[in-house]
Design a protein around this ligand. Structure first.
Ligand code: AMP
Length: 388
């Protein structure tokens, strides 16, 4: 019986623990918050991630360590990796924790990125704005997530405010990309180097937070091949083990790499019901050294994030293939408290079901982009039904 230790006890750890049950896995979770929602499914150690006494206890109770969020202190990951297997490895985690290092690696691997500059002073920021032009976006190199630690600049008048808002830590300035679509590759690499990617996912964000995902992303065969190649290059270079997501902007058929998330990812939640083997199961298979599962999609899926509070669950559950996920968290503005996935064999059926749901739960604005994208869909999963 193997016990998997997870640093971070949020919804990702919770969904890992749920996915691990049929594999006979046990879990321990370490989190600073006593009400971490993964504790509803796995024993929780409440401690700071730097607390070596707690880490010692955690290490003694588990066989392998993984993460539910990327901002685990790199030295704690390193400390654990000197005692037991840690996946992904601390180097991969450290690269993904730093937007500048990450983008430099993308370039080194031949991937295109939005133009960027390191910013460590007000003078750097002024120079970088002149070189990159407006609009642009200033981000903290570390500890940013869901659009936090970001400031958009529209002209020189914004420089002072942007610096005042973020200027106490190392920063990166990026060109603001007027993208056609946001896409992500969720992929998994095993201990033996085997690589598998889920079909490309199209994503929509609201205020920097993921709102909606659609998979397989419509009209994506060529971009998907390029995106998978990038993801594999990255995973191989980092000797990555487990699931990760590569977030991309598509503009005029070109892909620009935005960032890498070294963990199971919100844009992969649709895989629970919409793929042969979910990202959570595949992550666990990778970290405990079991064969990877199929990443093929079962039809077409849309995933809706519930941010702030949950809607009524009945309208989702009434759908033939509607799945409701409640993370067991208390409602709070901006907090991810659950999600729903709708799957269908055909894009037109998914569109009909989504339209029905949008009316029933008053989420038209959240669902509308999927309806528009499905209307234009032209992928294998959206072929006319046999006989029609
Ligand atoms: P991030 O934390 O970098 O993933 O940013 C959150 C969201 O902000 C992204 O998913 C995009 O919607 C938007 N965003 C971030 N960086 C850029 C950029 N350079 N150009 C345009 N939009 C961006």
């Amino acid at each position: 019986m193997m016990t998997v230790g997870i640093l971070g006890g949020g919804q990702l750890a919770r969904m890992l623990a749920i996915a691990g049950a049929p594999l006979g896995l046990r879990f321990r979770v370490l989190d600073v918050a006593p009400d971490a929602c993964a504790a509803q499914f796995a024993p929780l150690i409440v401690a700071d991630y730097h607390d070596t006494v707690a880490l010692e206890r955690f290490a003694a109770e588990v066989d392998v360590v993984t993460f539910d969020f990327e901002n685990v202190p790199a030295d704690s990951a390193q400390w654990l990796s000197e005692r037991l297997p840690v996946y992904p490895n601390p180097h991969a985690l450290a690269v993904a924790q730093d937007r500048l290092e990450e983008k430099n690696l993308f370039l080194e691997l031949g991937m295109a990125t939005p133009e960027f500059r390191a910013v460590d002073s007000l003078e750097d920021l002024q120079r970088a704005c002149t070189e990159i032009g407006f609009p642009c976006i200033l981000k903290t190199r570390r500890l940013g997530y869901d659009g936090k630690g970001q400031y958009r600049l529209h002209g020189t008048a914004d420089i002072a405010d942007a610096w005042a808002a973020l200027g106490r830590v190392p920063l990166i300035l990026e060109a603001f990309v007027a993208f056609d679509r946001e896409l992500s590759v969720v992929a998994v690499r095993g201990q033996d180097g085997e690589f598998r990617a889920y079909p490309l996912t199209q994503n929509w964000h609201t205020d920097g937070v993921l709102s909606l995902s659609l998979a397989p992303a419509p009209q994506s065969e060529e971009v998907a091949a390029l995106a998978f190649e990038c993801a594999q290059l990255l995973a191989d270079r980092l000797e990555y083990v487990g699931v990760f997501a590569l977030e991309l902007f598509e503009r005029d058929g070109q892909l620009l790499a935005n960032e890498m998330a070294p963990r199971v990812h919100n844009s992969g939640h649709w895989t629970i019901e919409g793929a042969d083997c979910s990202q959570f199961s595949n992550h666990l298979r990778a970290v405990v050294g079991l064969p990877l599962g199929s990443t093929s999609a079962r039809g077409v899926s849309a995933m809706l994030n519930w941010v702030g509070e949950l809607p009524e669950r009945a309208p989702v559950l009434k759908q033939a293939r509607g799945y409701f996920h409640d993370y067991g968290k208390s409602p709070r503005a901006g907090r991810k408290v659950g999600h729903a996935t709708l799957t269908a064999a055909y894009a037109d059926v998914l569109a009909e079901n989504l339209a029905e749901l949008a009316a029933a739960i008053d989420r038209q604005a959240q669902i509308a982009p999927a309806l528009a994208a499905l209307g234009l869909a032209n992928t294998a999963a959206t072929e006319p039904r046999p006989g029609s």
